[in-house]
Design a binder for this molecule. Structure first.
Ligand code: HEM
Length: 126
């Protein structure tokens, strides 16, 4: 078990995490319906989490808008249940591969972000 120390570590985490997500029967379809180029998505999410942890400017996107769009296109059915599944995989993947302060930080930040993303998604419905 090691700390999350660099981009390579983040890439391993992101790849391992989405390998689980893609094959989940409940939330996999949300991703597989939208994401046509998985290499590009994994690169983008590696940039996102690398920037989140180590700084820099290599991610430039809008996660709130992206999730409002995903929710709208799937008929507004994404709930805290789906976010719970997402978070469980995130925690499980981190625990399988890493330990230490950055591992804890990525768990905490994802938990906070899930609340923020879900609230924005929910509010956009009305
Ligand atoms: C803590 C929870 C989550 C985090 C931190 C997160 C983070 C992200 C980020 C950063 C992106 C890239 C946005 C962009 O720049 O285009 C993304 C895309 C996406 N997310 Fe999430 N996500 C979360 C939960 C979920 C859940 C629960 C679902 C579905 C049930 C979901 C479905 C998607 C999909 C389909 C995309 C691709 C959007 C596109 O390419 O158009 N996410 N997510």
């Amino acid at each position: 078990m090691k700390n999350i120390e660099n981009r390579e570590d983040v890439a391993l985490l992101v790849h391992s995490f989405y390998a689980k997500i893609r094959t989940d029967t409940e939330i996999g379809p949300f991703f597989n319906d939208v994401i046509k180029d998985w290499d590009e998505h994994l690169e983008k999410l590696t940039n996102f989490w690398e920037m989140n942890l180590f700084g820099g400017r290599n991610y430039s996107g809008n996660p709130i808008e992206a999730h409002i769009e995903v929710d709208r296109n799937s008929g507004g059915v994404i709930s805290t249940h789906e976010f719970g599944i997402w978070l469980n995989y995130w925690f499980a993947t981190i625990d399988e591969l890493f330990e230490g302060e950055n591992a804890d930080t990525l768990k905490r930040r994802a938990r906070k972000m899930s609340t923020m993303l879900f609230l924005n998604m929910f509010n956009s419905r009305r």
